[in-house]
Design a binder for this molecule. Structure first.
Ligand code: NDP
Length: 232
């Protein structure tokens, strides 16, 4: 059966690539963007795919914006939520101390954002058959990796997101909802930069294979685009 999949931060980067790939497969996509009126690539996709693609405004750092989306989607049944929207507000090329303001802003989008989305959209997700939530994380959120002293806020936000995945997956288990953290690799998006070894299609193809194969037994895992466990 064709699924309905909600993607946050869908106007560029990995979110846009998820949207393209899913539409090509004939899935119904609810693509969200901070400023849909400027989301030219999504508008082009809508010309091709018509009603399969719905576009809604969503700023995950703003509780009111998340509530508005939940109101709009009141009668919608969701199968998958991909919490993809994220920010990197630091230069990963140099070691810095954590700046409190940068830390707060980063946590608000990368960690609290997915929590807001899950909490608000849970009723629509529960209407789905085998609901899945994917939190797009990062290897930089792993405590086990030697990553130097660059990007403390970003790394903390993804480590915290992983803990949210771990803990929330336990409470969602009884609702049969599968929740995982997914590390996409290093990809040549605006965030990843031109020197990244992977393209968005390469990363998203792998991630979609992993998402397609998820079962309830996977809930709470931190995995990469090859389906392998990433050390916490
Ligand atoms: P991009 O910077 O290319 O795109 C980020 C997307 O997130 C944009 O659509 C942006 O919208 C959106 N966004 C940012 N803040 C908000 C917000 N408050 N509310 C809603 N949307 C928001 O990043 P990528 O595509 O590379 O990254 C996607 C995800 O993958 C992120 O979570 C990132 O941390 C993760 N990731 C990326 C890696 C990489 O190498 N690229 C590596 C590991 C993880 P707008 O256009 O309005 O700014």
């Amino acid at each position: 059966m064709d699924k309905t999949i909600l993607v946050t931060g869908a106007n560029r980067g990995l979110g846009l690539e998820f949207t393209k790939r899913l539409l090509q497969r004939g899935e119904k996509v609810i693509a969200t963007a901070r400023a849909p009126q400027k989301a030219q690539s999504l508008k082009e996709l809508q010309k091709v795919h018509g009603a399969l693609l719905e576009i809604f405004p969503l700023d995950v750092s703003d509780a009111g914006s998340v509530r508005n989306l939940a109101d709009e989607l009141h009668f919608t049944s969701l199968d998958v939520i991909i919490n993809n929207a994220g920010v990197l507000l630091e230069d990963l090329g140099r070691d810095v101390n954590a700046d409190p303001e940068v830390l707060l802003k980063t946590l608000n989008t990368n960690t609290v954002g997915p929590v807001r989305v899950i909490e608000a959209l849970l009723p629509m997700l529960c209407a789905g058959d085998e609901p899945v939530i994917v939190n797009i994380s990062s290897g930089l959120g792993s405590f086990s990796r030697e990553n130097g002293a660059a990007g403390p806020a970003y790394r903390a936000s993804k480590a915290a997101l992983n803990m949210i995945t771990k803990t929330l997956s336990e409470s969602l288990r009884h609702r049969n909802i599968t929740l995982v953290s997914l590390d996409p690799g290093w990809i040549s998006t605006d965030m990843g930069g031109a020197e990244a070894p992977l393209t968005p299609p390469e990363s998203v193809d792998g991630m979609l294979r992993v998402i397609d194969g998820l079962t309830r037994r996977d809930t709470g895992r931190f995995i990469n685009r090859n389906g392998e466990d990433v050390p916490w």
